[in-house]
Design a protein around this ligand. Structure first.
Ligand code: UDP
Length: 377
């Protein structure tokens, strides 16, 4: 039996890489990796790092691509692929347009859909942003839901998903993180290597989220400029997202500031090393909220809500929004109030122990074996 992982963006690639590795070790299942190329270069970087050579590449990326364009090209490409190459199951990850499009294309072909990182909910039903809708659509058509936490299992149960189709596995992001941090990958840019050696405090910042584009990112840019001026002993490192909308909003605020280091998006190996060296993380990323707790680094999340409440409940993540004054105040508190810093950095990681992929593939193997015995009867 063949399982087809389908993915297209950097975060999906990171979280799918441990699944691909576990499938390749399986005696029961074959693995056929298909990528869409929704994020072209950032996706390829991750595949290279994990030694994954896709078996099929839909190569749908276009400059200035719209979500509907991504959806249409993914469905069209998979339609052609499934008619010649029909897997026994597809596995999709998370809440991107690639993952929902792939789930829909497989569903219309009657191919079972396995949803990795199922059951996340921001709880904002009126959100105009696509992620929550994407998650819910995939939940409606998936046959197996691999939920990272008990909370995500409960979200699925509340939407009448059958309990026997949900398995709590932990999040594969921890598998990817632990395997990568262990390698202690050197920085390509000597400035980062010097920074690591200097022992200076690092504030690591990432921003890309659609809901922060516009005024949110202007506020983030202004706040960073104020923090840089007020904290000369701190170095702010900002690996800037490839999306030009992000660059145009944030970068003009940070020109010429000596203690702000702007880099291109870092390769995952370098980025995780930087995560482990950071004193504080300021982000609107989903994956970073899950990774940093494993490394004991406090995370200030520049969003109003999160579909990852476990780390907030554990105390290592704090939601602070994008208001300029609030960002400046919260970073200041962590820098200067030891008690606040300790209580966040000592909290537990709620996303698993790095064995989520093994667990997920074991469930898939059992399912496939059960199906083939049923067919023989
Ligand atoms: N990441 C990376 N390089 C960077 C910034 C982030 O490899 O320069 C990784 C990060 O470790 C995390 C993932 O990319 O695993 C998060 O991606 P992103 O923030 O783009 O998406 P989200 O998780 O919000 O969907």
């Amino acid at each position: 039996p063949v399982v087809m992982p389908i993915y297209g963006t950097r975060p999906e690639a990171i979280k799918m890489a441990p699944i691909v590795a576990a499938l390749k070790k399986s005696d029961v299942l074959d693995c056929f990796v298909t990528v869409t190329g929704q994020h072209r270069s950032m996706l390829d970087q991750v595949n290279n790092l994990f030694g994954i050579e896709p078996d099929h590449d839909l190569n749908i990326f276009e400059h200035g691509q719209s979500l509907n364009g991504i959806l249409a090209r993914t469905i069209d490409g998979l339609e052609k692929l499934f008619t010649v190459n029909r897997p026994d199951a597809v596995i999709v990850q998370g809440d991107t347009t690639t993952s929902t499009a792939a789930a829909m294309a497989a569903f219309y072909h009657g191919i079972p859909v396995v949803h990795l990182e199922a059951g996340l909910r921001s709880g904002d039903p009126s959100s105009p942003f696509p992620e929550e809708g994407n998650r819910k659509i995939t939940s409606q058509i998936a046959s197996l839901h691999l939920a990272p936490t008990e909370g995500s299992r409960q979200n699925l149960l509340a939407e009448n998903i059958s309990p026997e189709n949900i398995v709590v596995t932990g999040n594969t992001v921890i598998d990817a993180l632990l395997a990568t941090v262990e390698k202690n990958i050197p920085f390509v840019d000597p400035v980062l290597e010097d920074l690591a050696a200097s022992g200076r405090k690092i504030l690591l910042v990432t921003t890309h989220r659609r809901e922060n584009q516009g005024e949110g990112m202007q506020g983030i840019g202004r706040a960073l400029a104020r923090i840089a001026a007020a904290e000369p002993d701190l170095t702010i490192v900002l690996p800037i997202h490839a999306n030009p909308v992000v660059r145009e909003a944030v970068l003009p605020h940070l020109e010429g500031l000596a203690n702000v280091l702007i880099t291109e998006p870092l390769e995952y190996g370098e980025f995780t090393r930087l995560l482990s060296l950071a004193h504080i993380i300021l982000t609107d990323s989903g994956g970073v909220q899950e990774e940093a707790p494993s490394l004991g680094v406090p995370v200030l999340v520049m969003r109003e809500n999160t579909e990852r409440p476990e780390a907030v409940e554990a105390g290592v993540v704090k939601l602070i929004g994008t208001d300029e004054d609030r960002i400046v105040a919260e970073v200041g508190l962590l820098l200067h109030d030891q008690e606040s810093f300790s209580s966040m950095s000592e909290a537990m990681n709620p996303y698993g122990d790095g064995t989520a992929a093994e667990r997920s593939v074991a469930v898939l193997e059992r399912l496939v074996l059960k199906r083939s015995t049923e067919r023989c009867r």
